[in-house]
Design a protein around this ligand. Structure first.
Ligand code: NDP
Length: 248
C-alpha cells in the first residue's frame, strides 16, 4: 500500500524546483496534492507534468502565500475540492540578495512576507483540518542560511531563521493534537534559485561542502517524504539539514 493513500497534501511553491519534486514524490506515494504557486502557468504546468505520470493526483492553485485573505480562501477551496488536508509543506520562497548597506525596504519586506509570513498564513489557514486529520504533518523548507547566515542575504537569513523558530513554536503548540512540525534546511541544491550564481561563487561554495557537490531536488523530496510518513510520528520540532555536511 502507498504511504499516502487517501491523504491530501498541500505544497506551496510547487510550481518549480524543490517544491515540484516534493509534490511529485508525494503523488508517487498516493497523495492527492494541491500544487500552489504564485503564477497560474507555473503551477498549472507542474500539476500537468505530475498528472502525466500519476493521473488525477495533482491540482493547481495560483495563490500568493503572502496574501493572508487569499490563503484563507485557498484553504476553503482545497477543503471543498480535495478534502481535509493531512500534510502541509511550506516551501514557497524567494531571494532578493544584496548587502544590507544597499538593501531596499521592499527587498526586506518581499522576502519576509513570502518566506516567513507565508508560513504563518498557511498554518493559520490549515491548522483546524490538520488538528482533526490522520498523521497530520507540517514541514517547513528553511535553509542552512537560516542556521549560519550569509553575507548579502540578511533578509533571507532572517526569514529562514524566523521560520525555524516558528517551526519549533508550532511544534510545541500543536503537539497535544498530534500534529508534528519540522523543518528541512537544504544546503545548496541545483534549481532556478542557484543556477544563476557565478561559477566562481559556486566553486567557493563547493569548497565548503564535505560531499563536494551541490545537492539535487530529489534529496530534499526524500527527506520530506520520510518526515510526512507514519514512520516519523515521534519526530517534531526538529531541523534536518540536507546539505552534504556543510553545517555539521
Ligand atoms: P525556485 O525559485 O526554483 O521556486 C520557488 C517556487 O516558490 C516557485 O514555484 C514560485 O512560484 C514559488 N513562490 C515564490 N513566491 C511565492 C509566493 N509569494 N506565493 C506562492 N508561491 C511562491 O526555488 P527552489 O526550488 O530553489 O527553492 C524552494 C525552497 O527551498 C525555497 O523556500 C528556498 O528558500 C528553499 N531553499 C532552496 C535552496 C536551493 O539551493 N535551491 C537552498 C536552501 C533552501 P512560481 O513558480 O509561480 O513563480
Amino acid at each position: 500500500m502507498s504511504l499516502f493513500a487517501n491523504k491530501v497534501a498541500v505544497v506551496t511553491g510547487g510550481g518549480r524546483g524543490i517544491g515540484q519534486e516534493i509534490a511529485r514524490a508525494l503523488a508517487a506515494e498516493g497523495a492527492k496534492v494541491a500544487v500552489v504557486s504564485r503564477s497560474a502557468p507555473s503551477c498549472g504546468k507542474a500539476a500537468e507534468e505530475i498528472n502525466a505520470i500519476f493521473p488525477g493526483s495533482a491540482t493547481a492553485y495560483a495563490v500568493d502565500v503572502a496574501d493572508h485573505a487569499a490563503v484563507q480562501e485557498l484553504a476553503k477551496k482545497i477543503g471543498d475540492e480535495l478534502g481535509a488536508v493531512n500534510i502541509l509543506i511550506n516551501n514557497a520562497g524567494v531571494t532578493r540578495d544584496g548587502l544590507l548597506m544597499r538593501m531596499k525596504e521592499e527587498d526586506w519586506d518581499t522576502v519576509l512576507d513570502t518566506n516567513l509570513k507565508g508560513a504563518f498564513n498557511t498554518v493559520k489557514a490549515f491548522m483546524r483540518p490538520l488538528m482533526k486529520a490522520e498523521d497530520p504533518r507540517i514541514i517547513n523548507i528553511a535553509s542552512v542560511i537560516g542556521l549560519i547566515g550569509n553575507a548579502g542575504q540578511t533578509n533571507y537569513s532572517a526569514s529562514k531563521a524566523g521560520l525555524i523558530g516558528f517551526t519549533k513554536a508550532v511544534a510545541r503548540e500543536l503537539a497535544g493534537r498530534s500534529v508534528t512540525c519540522n523543518a528541512v534546511a537544504p544546503g545548496f541544491i541545483t534549481t532556478d534559485m542557484t543556477e544563476d550564481l557565478p561559477q566562481a561563487v559556486k566553486d567557493a561554495v563547493i569548497a565548503k561542502i564535505p560531499l563536494a557537490t551541490f545537492g539535487e531536488i530529489k534529496d530534499i523530496a526524500a527527506t520530506v517524504v520520510f518526515l510526512a510518513s507514519p514512520a516519523a510520528r515521534y519526530i517534531t520540532g526538529q531541523v534536518i539539514a540536507v546539505d552534504g555536511g556543510m553545517t555539521m
